[in-house]
Write a protein that binds this ligand. Structure first.
Ligand code: ADP
Ligand code: MG
Length: 167
């Protein structure tokens, strides 16, 4: 995975506040299914954790405050309509540490996996995943480029519809 332009079908969305990003996350979270893996890519302060809050909420996690950056523990687990695993791989030093995290258990499990700094582990991610690249446009403005890898392209179509309907 590299910062190249997304291949295939993708959606570009702009949000103009933290709240709007939470709402975009909710749209995503409502569409996610057991076993889905979401790679969140973007600089510090881009909005990865904020989007993760929205996604968790859309997946049925009730307490938004529970969703915080898992930098020090590496993986948080929340209970929604499915388990939500939220990892921050920024501090990850090497692949063997993934085993310590119980990586396979969550990435190939029945929950939703949200991976901040997923670009740190190219080659380890499942082929089928969503990739969300977040970039800074202005103080309160962010751009989200959301692409589906593998069979995830249908997801993009549904997301576009949902986002538009709620606009
Ligand atoms: P990351 O996890 O990528 O480091 P965070 O989600 O923790 O980023 O932080 C994003 C910061 O940017 C928060 O302080 C948030 O309030 C602020 N912000 C301002 N505008 C937006 C927006 N449109 N979307 C997301 N966050 C925003
Ligand atoms: Mg974060």
């Amino acid at each position: 995975m590299s910062p190249e332009e997304p291949q295939g079908d993708y959606a570009e969305m702009v949000t103009r506040s933290r709240e709007e990003t939470i709402r975009l996350g909710r749209c995503l979270g409502e569409l996610l299914r057991p076993g889905d893996v979401v790679a969140l890519i973007g600089d510090l302060g881009a909005g990865k954790t904020t989007l993760a809050k929205g996604i968790a909420s859309g997946a049925g996690v009730e307490d938004e405050d529970e969703v915080t950056s898992p930098t020090f523990v590496l993986v948080n687990e929340y209970r929604g309509r499915l388990p939500v695993y939220h990892a921050d791989l920024y501090r990850l030093q090497e692949a063997p540490e993934l085993e310590d995290l119980g990586w396979e258990e969550f990435i190939y499990g029945e929950g939703i996996s949200l991976l901040e700094w997923a670009e740190k582990i190219p080659g380890v991610l499942p082929d089928e995943r969503l990739e969300i690249r977040i970039s800074w446009i202005g103080a309160d403005e962010r751009k989200f480029v959301i692409s589906g890898k593998g069979a995830k392209t249908e997801f993009i179509r549904q997301l576009r519809k949902k986002w538009k309907k709620e606009d």
